[in-house]
Ligand binder design. Sequence first.
Ligand code: NAP
Length: 329
Amino acid sequence: MNQTRWDHTRIPPQNGKLAVVTGANSGLGWHISLQLARQGAHVVMACRDKARALQAMEAIRAEVPGARLSFQALDLANQQSVSACAAALSAAHSHIDLLVNNAGVMFLPYALSADGFEIQMACNHLGHFLLTGLLLGPLGRASAPRVVTMSSGFNHYGRLPQEGFRGSPRYSRHRAYCDTKLANIVFARELASRLAGARSHIVSVAAHPGYASTNLQFGAANVSASRWLASLNRAAMRVSNALLAQPASMGALPALYAATDSGVKNGDYFGPDGLQESRGYPKLVDAPRRALAADEVARFWALSEAATGFSYGDATLGRESGHGAVRLR
Ligand SMILES: NC(=O)c1ccc[n+]([C@@H]2O[C@H](COP(=O)([O-])OP(=O)(O)OC[C@H]3O[C@@H](n4cnc5c(N)ncnc54)[C@H](OP(=O)(O)O)[C@@H]3O)[C@@H](O)[C@H]2O)c1
């Protein structure tokens, strides 16, 4: 990447493209949707709350009159909802050009998802692992498809679960979040490698936003044990966001670059170029060393397949016409 100060004004035209953005109603997902819609993409906003999604669409249309937007229900922490979302998208669209695995939760206290997995891992990793697998068919039918997965600089502090995804009630909610963000970058890169191995034209890349002012920091505050503690946490987050964070519009840039620039290569990872990758414009960044341990990655991938019931080895990529169907190993 040899461009400097890449921003949303350099996004190429997206007319005729279909983009699916998870967690599109808030923060980075909203800005990613806004900029894709501004350049002419049809953006499917895959969100867990319809009212919040409709409000977010209205806010985009206030900036981009005539923006092509649709709502798709998706609760990533519930695998039945993920499967229903993928089925609805596959039925409604002949192909998908772009999938942005953006939605996330942070620092939540221990809880189990509908499927019995630790809630942060269920939402941030397992939901996206399953959704992406189920959408490989329609992605494969696009001419230049991409999957962008949102990680975090916190991935450097994570470890890959090696025994399963239930966590433990004694777990650290901060560590657990870091684990999910390591899982995101590992997923993006391992998918890239499997796609390349299968000679698929689908590109898998990752991004992280640095520190951006969004609603993410308030999720944990809102479930604090007492109302007093919740208000204190919210106040602390507001101060921290105001003093230290960059705007969400800037935090969205690495993912937007990953999603749209013509120079992006399978397996690339982008983050901000300033102050320890906490702010700034997109640049190529290094994945944490822990993302590179092949045996751990293989075990983690197998565990993810077991937890979701989805085997990437059995997935057929939809290039039936002209190119022949290809399969992932
Ligand atoms: N902001 C930062 O500084 C920062 C730093 C590093 C990484 N990130 C990553 O950036 C991504 C976006 O976060 P953000 O900062 O934009 O936070 P945000 O404003 O809180 O947005 C998160 C989005 O995810 C959605 N979501 C949460 N749980 C979901 C579920 N079970 N199913 C479907 N959607 C769900 C939320 O929906 P609701 O509105 O319904 O809750 C919301 O739309 C996350 O993956 C986060 O880890 C952010």
